[in-house]
Ligand binder design. Structure first.
Ligand code: PLP
Length: 419
């Protein structure tokens, strides 16, 4: 059973101040989860989570994570600018971008961010852009082929295709890159890889860590590079479906520790810091899209029309992603009705749910669409002149704080040159 982090009673108060639709975030959940992550990796003195800004580029959320000890992982100019304005400094910023414009390397260098190179040609591109190679630098590794983990006891499998991914350097390029970076003056090296997305498995990070740790030992032997950090990147998932088991971050941290002690420690590399760049795992479950039912429509199927649309949450429309829906106040009612829950875009893919069994829905009901805290508002757009909604924080003390107002038509027209 998936339960919302907010009650109907609380919501009825919130909607008096803020019209639906809006994204609501759970401060308590975000903080507790960040603390659980730090506890799971407390065995590693240098551990740091660099929150993937693209998942939830909301300054007050970034500041809250900063208070919990997190840095940020940026991949664009505006993400760098936002992180700077939020007070992240130097080593708290990871810059993991690809197909990078020169001006972004310039700003990353100016802010003192740790630069993670996506390609071997970026060594010279960076050197020509900023005039030198930073003392601390990282390279993104792409081992190619397919990445699979055996089926877990719950029957979920992890499978992804690094060989089809545009990111990173090949294994021989990693050796060549480290040699060249060393010649150009780099002293501290990092290795990064992102092999699978939204994994529901406690084995993903440990398996990835083992690959990166072995690669680190080889690279040290081949090139003499001093490897000081290994970046496990994102990819730890969340259970969007109610029947999926949640990842256990304590078990994941312990799995990475085992690989660390088996591979890095015997190689004299027991001082390597572990980094993560989690996005989804840090935020997704701690956001709900709150929307009100406007219409019921009975044609060839039963439709429930709500006041949110794919402009507020794109994942169902573009990936057919499942997002659980709770009809607020009807949590315990039997799910005896089958509906398509739709938004208003003139696009037939604008459906939050298809053939979903729900309690009987009535006009005026409030729906909580779950797991929208990451890659939710962030992927919003303005198609059909539907504007992006507000973002509100449900604070630990039960009060609310507006973090981003809803867009107005004036925002939509602001970039137009009328004649
Ligand atoms: C998207 C991204 C992440 C975060 O991924 P999640 O699946 O949200 O954890 C981390 N690092 C990089 C480089 C990314 O592009």
């Amino acid at each position: 059973m998936k339960k919302p982090f907010v009650t109907l009673e609380q919501l009825l108060k919130i909607v008096k101040d803020y019209p639906t639709p809006f994204h609501l975030y759970d401060e308590k959940g975000i903080r507790e989860n960040a603390r659980a992550l730090y506890k799971a990796f407390s065995w590693n003195p240098g551990f740091k989570e660099y929150f993937a800004v693209k998942a939830t580029p909301t300054p007050q959320i970034l500041k809250l994570l900063h208070e919990e000890g997190c840095g940020v992982d940026c991949s664009s100019l505006t993400e760098l600018m936002m992180s700077d304005r939020c007070g992240f400094r130097g080593g708290e910023i990871m810059f993991s971008s690809n197909d990078t414009p020169a001006e972004e390397f310039v700003l990353a260098e100016k802010l003192g961010a740790t630069i993670n190179l996506d390609d071997i040609t970026h060594i010279d591109f960076l050197k020509n852009t900023i005039g030198y190679i930073p003392q601390k630098i990282s390279c993104r590794y792409n081992p190619g082929g397919t990445f699979t983990l055996g089926e877990s006891k719950e029957g979920f499998q992890v499978m992804d295709n690094p060989g089809d991914a545009k990111y990173g350097l090949t294994r021989p390029q990693m050796t060549e890159a480290f040699r060249r970076l060393k010649e150009l003056g780099a002293e501290e090296f990092g290795i990064h890889a992102f092999l699978a997305s939204n994994t529901i498995s406690n084995d993903y990070y440990p398996a990835l860590a083992a690959i990166l740790f072995r690669t680190a030992v080889e690279l040290k032997e081949e090139t003499g590079a001093h490897i000081t950090f290994i970046n496990l990147s994102g990819g730890v998932g969340v259970p969007y479906r109610p029947e999926q088991p949640a990842n256990d971050i304590a078990v994941i941290g312990e799995g990475v520790r085992k690989a660390y002690e088996e591979i890095l420690v015997p190689a004299g590399m027991g001082d390597v810091a572990i980094c993560t760049e989690l996005g989804r795992f840090m935020l997704a479950p701690y956001g709900h899209l709150i929307t009100r039912v406007l219409h019921e429509k009975h044609i060839h199927k039963e439709y429930i029309g709500v006041d949110a649309c794919a402009a507020d949450l794109m994942r169902p429309a573009i990936y057919g992603a499942y997002h659980h829906i709770t009809v607020m106040g009807k949590e315990d009612a039997p799910c005896g009705h089958m509906y398509d829950v739709t938004g208003s875009l003139c696009e037939n893919s604008d459906k939050f749910a298809i053939d979903r069994m729900l309690p009987k829905v009535d006009i005026g009901d409030l729906l909580a669409i779950h797991d929208t805290g990451a890659h939710g508002h962030a992927m919003g757009y303005q198609y059909n002149g539907r504007l992006r909604s507000a973002e509100i924080l449900l604070c630990e003390d039960g009060s609310t704080r507006l973090m981003r107002r809803a867009e107005t038509p004036e925002d939509y027209f602001a970039t137009v040159i009328w004649e």
